[in-house]
Design a protein around this ligand. Structure first.
Ligand SMILES: [Zn+2]
Length: 117
């Protein structure tokens, strides 16, 4: 299964497809992470279970998609900043068994993502 990341679509595609069959969005994030399913939803956005296709083991990882429920631009910028700060904070914490390890932070299709284990 390959979960479309477009919030207006969220179509589930066969696992070997590169683009969503419904909306045409790229299914690979940063050319390597493929979302499998939604595992959480909140005010900040969605959390997906994903596969890292660069790893021979095809290990599972977690991708957080920043997609705030706020409409106005000012709040959008503020929450985008908070999301970026959280990413920096997580990276600063380094390896710890109770805290997810941040592997990447990137923007695709105007949406921010962070990738954790
Ligand atoms: Zn789609």
């Amino acid at each position: 299964m390959s979960q479309c990341l477009n919030p207006e679509c969220l179509n589930q595609n066969p696992s070997d497809t590169k683009f969503c069959q419904q909306c045409g969005s790229k299914l690979l994030l940063a050319e390597r992470y493929r979302a499998i399913k939604i595992i959480g939803q909140g005010g900040f956005g969605r959390t997906f279970q994903a596969v890292d296709e660069f790893k021979p083991s095809q290990a599972f990882c977690v991708i957080k998609q920043f997609f705030p429920e706020v409409q106005d631009r000012q709040n959008m910028e503020k929450t985008a900043e908070l999301f970026a700060q959280e990413a920096v904070r997580l990276e600063g914490l380094g390896k710890h068994p109770q805290i997810p390890e941040l592997l990447a932070f990137f923007t695709q299709d105007n949406r921010q993502y962070s990738n954790m284990i």
